[in-house]
Design a protein around this ligand. Sequence first.
Ligand SMILES: NC(=O)c1ccc[n+]([C@@H]2O[C@H](COP(=O)([O-])OP(=O)(O)OC[C@H]3O[C@@H](n4cnc5c(N)ncnc54)[C@H](O)[C@@H]3O)[C@@H](O)[C@H]2O)c1
Ligand SMILES: [Zn+2]
Length: 382
Amino acid sequence: MTDHMTPYSEDNTLVRVDLGARSYDIIIGTELLSQAGDLVKPHLKKDRVAVITDTNVMALHGAQLKSGLEKAGITPHFIIRPPGENQKSFEGLQAVLDALFELAFDRQDMVIAFGGGVIGDLTGFAARVFKRGCPFIQIPTTLLAQVDSSVGGKTAINSSYGKNLIGAFYQPQLVLADNNVLKTLGERELKAGYAEVLKYGLLGDLEFFNWLDENGADVLSLNPQALTHAVSVSCQTKARIVAEDELERGARALLNLGHSFGHALELEAGYGGDLLHGEAVSAGMLMAFEFSAAQGLCPQGDVSRLETHLSAHNLIQPHDLTNLIKAPDRLISHMDQDKKNEGGDLTLILARKIGESFVQKQAPRADLHAYLTHLAKTLPHA
Ligand SMILES: NC(=O)c1ccc[n+]([C@@H]2O[C@H](COP(=O)([O-])OP(=O)(O)OC[C@H]3O[C@@H](n4cnc5c(N)ncnc54)[C@H](O)[C@@H]3O)[C@@H](O)[C@H]2O)c1
Ligand SMILES: [Zn+2]
């Protein structure tokens, strides 16, 4: 992995994901939509692309991407879906595939995912199965998608048995993360994405956590330099971990810091939008730190530091989710469904300190139950 300037604009930062023949670049900068044609063109065999997006993103940023592509002589065919998690379904997949068949696309044609993680996951999986695989490019438009879902090649739709259960590892050819598109993102979505940024500091990079402690407010107010730095460091960390462990047999699991607790909270909330994924992860990371400290694995001082950071930026914490935490048995049974678990034992991602997380296999259930019971008792009653 390298971090150097692109040849296209000195304002852009480039992060390389090193995966041998499947390697690709993540370009981070401002005004990337209007440069999209020039950036995408070297990856095309034909002068047309299909752009999969949702109605929100289309209305806000579609025209800019369209003209950016057309300027370079590329014809975009927009496939526009309704927004929302339920697009990650067989129906959503079929609609996208049918639209590609209608366009008479073949395996040489390029598909572009233009949206948040929902569009990215759906498009990536559609590209993987369309005629056994056509190339695709990610243009993520939420902070969460820029630092997490667009990088690393996990693609999926949901099943009635759970989220992301039908999927494939399929790497994009290129990722374009444009700071400017984030200006239209709601505050909740932005903070949810920030939680995933913070995760990279917590799981393996104390220096980045310290930087966020100083500059988190600038990131959240979309200062372009701060944002570019935060997205670049996040993508570098994800790229490094993915390059080490593309298929999640080991180190990649660390990216799930806060996610076992978070997924349990999401299941408890239902996926109706009451609790965003990043909000669940924000609270879940603090729970992972608290549980680590309760087992004597992590200093209490680091738990307090994290708590202070979350409070300073009004990020979601367990005390905001009293209603979801009141039933420890239910939370544990949700945690039992996690894909990381093996042989009926719980696997958790825990912390030794800020900047160092690790995989705990066979996490002690009794201790977990005691921690969650204690947490439920100490939370303010709703
Ligand atoms: N593949 C992975 O590795 C991975 C990792 C993390 C999350 N995910 C998946 O990502 C999904 C969540 O992604 P998300 O948080 O981006 O949600 P999302 O894609 O649903 O987007 C959130 C909302 O913001 C809107 N939106 C998108 N860009 C916007 C913009 N620039 N301005 C205004 N509104 C905009 C969307 O229309 C949508 O209503 C989940 O399905 C999750 O499973 C995947
Ligand atoms: Zn996540």
